[in-house]
Design a protein around this ligand. Structure first.
Ligand code: HSE
Length: 420
């Protein structure tokens, strides 16, 4: 039976989950895959973490050199996070000829080209299923199952923390209460700003769009807005209009260029992603031959993400040779590829309109060729609150209309895109 030695760098949420699965499923993999996966060593300075998992002292490495120079280690799993130490450790492992499995989306997003360059040179594997959507096998689906298709577009909910917060806000919790729960449940990043400001989702989108579109989609090309500005009032108003609010990662190839963005958006309740709640993630892929595929499951947490890491270890252990990108994996985008900045969307607007400016909002939209689909008015004294749903418009046209409204004394309470 083939024996594969595994080293785990970092025993936080994901590293810990990976360790647990490898220990509890060792016999199962021996039986089903004819491979013996053994955790040879771990690199984790926090003794509380190693004790909690029952890691024997003989398995605790002192430093990265000890790990990468160990001939019994075939696969190095990186679950440290951040990009400084983790990048160096991954480079050390690859340069020593070890296959690397990482769950670190920021590292992969920013240094994919560099790490893959080294992996190719030394003929080592670089696997990263756990970087996107936790336990949902979207990376493997893209690089394997749907390679037969052109993928013109996909959209996903790829951050568990923000999805959990938006779900709980819909149920009546405050933003702070929901965030605190997401932290306790181990969904949030060490610095939750990465979740709340859409950074985490944008790292994942950069990876997914590069794989789906067979071209480098750098993080810097992604339009990004997080969920900090979202108010419960708008989630409830949206519900009344038949919408659910989600933080979306959208990738589209259009005749005008590649459109990649992360932002909150309403979707109609019948949309396949509308009922993806809590820490669940989902990606809806559109293939030119297969049509729509929706993958959904737990997007964060120890065992779901550990499941993705271990599936990569098994893939590396049971395949001859390694798979690398189909595209030119460079630091920047291909010069030939255009990226769209002025994308189109439908909009939900909540406005506070003084009596003197009653017709101005609709006029401002009309002057910018934006059609109004729905208009709800609530009057309280001489202040009227107006909810508007528009037809599709360019961002630039909407910005001009909003600027005109503000000049006329209208307070813009919320501007939320509606995913079409
Ligand atoms: N903080 C991330 C999330 C963890 O909430 O999705 C999984 O990548």
């Amino acid at each position: 039976m083939k024996k594969i030695g595994v080293a785990i760098l970092g025993l936080g949420v994901v590293g810990g989950g990976t360790y647990e699965i490898l220990c509890s499923h060792r016999e199962f993999y021996r039986h089903t895959q004819n491979v013996d996966l053994e955790v040879v060593c771990v690199l984790e300075p926090d003794r509380k973490r190693t004790d909690a998992l029952g890691v024997g002292a003989e398995k605790i490495a002192e430093n990265i050199f000890e790990v990468v120079s160990n001939p019994d280690v075939n696969v190095v799993v990186e679950c440290i996070g951040g990009v400084t130490q983790s990048r160096q450790y991954v480079l050390d492992a690859l340069n020593a000829g070890k296959t690397v499995v990482t769950s670190n989306k920021e590292l992969l997003c920013k240094y994919f080209h560099e790490l893959e360059g080294v992996a190719r040179r030394v003929n080592a594997g670089l696997y990263f299923e756990a970087t996107c959507a936790g336990g949902v096998p979207v990376v493997r689906t893209l690089i394997d199952a749907v390679q037969s298709n052109v993928i013109p577009s996909f959209e996903g909910i790829v951050n568990g923390t923000t999805n959990y917060i938006l779900t709980k806000m819909k149920e009546g919790l405050s933003f702070e209460e929901a965030l605190s729960e997401a932290k306790t449940l181990g969904y949030a990043e060490a610095d939750a700003s990465a979740d709340l400001d859409g950074l985490d989702a944008a790292y994942k989108l950069s990876i997914l769009a590069s794989l789906a579109f067979h071209t480098k989609v750098p993080f810097t090309k992604i339009y990004r807005e997080g969920i900090r500005g979202i108010e419960s009032e708008d989630i409830q108003e949206g519900c009344g209009l038949g919408y659910t609010l989600k933080l979306f990662a959208v990738g589209r190839q259009t005749e005008h260029g590649v459109d990649v963005r992360v932002h909150p958006a309403f979707v109609e309740k019948g949309h396949p992603l509308a009922s993806v709640d809590g820490c669940l993630n989902a990606v809806c892929l559109n293939g030119d031959s297969v049509g729509e595929i929706v993958l959904t499951g737990k997007g964060a947490g120890a065992l779901p993400t550990g499941s993705a890491v271990v599936s990569d270890i098994l893939y590396a252990a049971t395949h001859d040779g390694h798979r690398y990108s189909t595209f030119k994996n460079t630091a920047t985008a291909d010069k030939e590829v255009k990226f769209i900045s002025d994308f189109e969307s439908k909009y939900y607007l909540r406005l506070l309109v003084p009596a003197s400016a009653d017709a101005t909002a609709v006029t401002a939209l009309a002057k910018n060729n934006i059609a109004v689909r729905k208009l709800l008015r609530k009057t309280d004294g001489d202040q009227t609150s107006v909810i508007l749903v528009t037809d599709t418009a360019h961002e630039s046209a909407m910005k001009k209309a909003l600027s005109r409204m503000r000049t006329s004394g209208i307070e813009v309470g919320a501007v939320i895109r509606i995913l079409a």
